[in-house]
Design a protein around this ligand. Structure first.
Ligand code: NAD
Length: 415
């Protein structure tokens, strides 16, 4: 349903994989072109696939009617979800197409998997099932977002970078993933909302990558440094740069390098009269993330808050620009008390810039530190995990029965 860039490419490629496919679009120009074996728009390789599969009888177009739906096991919804003036997505096409399908399911008894390929916000698919398809018990709803790029859409379909399926039942997810079983990819079966969110995460990430490369590249060029060589070399690091490292939602960053170097970069750019809005907003975004942690801690009804971890991450005693120190400074300013245990910090053993940093923020740090997890548990009303504990320490903290907030793992709101 919907034979635009996503729908028509999916139609032709699924036919090429051997499926029997029927395309429906309210735009007669598109359907009549496809019926004549032509792609309704330019996309490399698509004309050939449409023409060959129409000839082989695996691909046809039709009006939406009960007979067509009756033969279908899976319906793929590929209608547009454009922007509204306020930035929200417009779901009118999606709702209308679902209403049209629901109106033609009256006599159907077989199960049907209504699969949303369009980009939609988490919760949309559940909403369609509980509203438009509420009376149709045989209907399962799935999300199978499309990741193709215009200009290489056929190649992207046939050699996918990612295959994601979420559905209201395991069988429905398996049957949608089964459509692609001859492709060289293992499908990721996730929850329905996760599938919807992943598409936004991917597109936001791609946009961020482009802007990052352009901001670093522009600054490099302005400094007489070759932008291509910088970025190409950055990409050679597949341990820390192009890798899952740092891609784990958790606590704000800190430490002696990242904040300092971001400030230096953006300061130098401003001296060159360059605006780099993304790099300039990174510390502000990190600060906002820290404020979310502070709000969550403040909402805990604890007079004396126990912190596991003081350094900006585990396995270091470097306290410079540790976000935990900023949190504790704030809490003490608001009249709360704190106790701190960090397995790598003996306050008597730190010195130099490290000591200066912590003493200027928390002059009474010596009185706040305790020697082990048990002391922390004994002296606190609530526990904050501010860096990853060992399995043993985590078990001990959890066994305390005290209210606990783990800043290294973001808490999910009820869906
Ligand atoms: P499009 O506007 O090119 O195509 C949508 C099609 O749906 C149109 O042909 C329209 O006539 C048809 N349609 C609308 N209502 C209909 C109805 N009731 N019955 C039958 N047909 C109907 O959109 P697109 O670019 O293919 O994108 C579709 C979705 O996929 C969007 O959510 C988009 O965000 C997402 N997406 C797009 C791309 C891309 O590169 N274009 C890539 C991945 C995901």
């Amino acid at each position: 349903m919907g034979l635009g860039y996503v729908g028509c490419v999916s139609l032709a490629c699924l036919a090429e994989l051997g499926h029997e496919v029927v395309g429906v679009d309210r735009d007669e120009h598109k359907t009549s072109m496809i019926a004549r074996g032509k792609s309704p728009f330019y996309e490399p390789g698509l004309d050939k696939l449409v023409s060959e599969n129409v000839q082989k009888g695996r691909l046809r177009v039709s009006q939406l009617d009960e007979a067509i739906l009756d033969q279908a096991d899976i319906v793929l919804l590929c209608v547009g979800t454009p922007s509204q003036a306020n930035g929200n997505i417009e779901l009118e096409q999606l709702r209308r197409v679902c209403t049209e399908i629901a109106g033609k399911l009256k006599s159907r008894t077989k199960p049907l998997v209504v699969t949303v390929r369009s980009t939609v916000f988490p919760g949309t698919c559940e909403d369609l099932r509980s509203t438009i398809f509420a009376q149709h018990k045989g209907v399962e709803v799935a999300s199978n977002p499309e990741f193709l790029r215009e200009g290489t859409a056929v190649k992207d379909f046939m050699e996918p970078s990612l295959l994601v399926v979420g559905a209201t039942s395991d069988d429905a997810a398996a049957s949608v993933a089964g459509l692609y079983e001859s492709l060289p990819i293992h499908g990721e079966i996730v929850s329905l909302r996760t599938a919807e969110m992943i598409k936004y995460a991917c597109n936001a990430f791609h946009a961020v990558k482009i802007v990052f490369a352009n901001e670093i590249g522009s600054l490099a060029a302005n400094l007489g440094v070759c932008p291509e060589q910088v970025m190409a070399t950055v990409c050679k690091d597949t341990k820390l740069n192009i890798s899952p490292a740092y891609m784990k939602p958790g606590f704000a960053f800190g430490g002696s390098c990242l904040p300092k170097d971001l400030r230096a970069l953006t300061y130098r750019a401003s001296r060159l009269d360059m605006k780099l809005p993304m790099l300039e907003s990174v510390l502000a975004s990190n600060q906002e993330h820290l404020k979310r942690s502070i709000r969550a801690i403040v909402s805990m009804p604890a007079k004396k808050v126990g912190f596991y971890g003081l350094a900006f991450k585990e396995e270091t005693d470097d306290l410079r620009e540790s976000p935990v120190i900023e949190i504790i400074e704030y809490l003490i300013g608001k009249g709360r008390d704190a106790r701190i245990f960090d397995p790598r910090i003996q306050i008597n053993a730190i010195y130099g810039s490290n000591l200066n940093y912590v003493m200027s923020a928390l002059p009474h740090i010596g009185k706040l530190m305790v020697q082990n997890c048990q002391e922390l548990i004994d002296e606190a009303d609530a526990l904050i995990i501010a860096q990853k504990p060992s399995a043993e320490a985590r078990a001990q903290l959890e066994a305390s029965g005290l209210p606990m907030l783990d800043l290294t793992q973001l808490q999910m709101a009820d869906a």
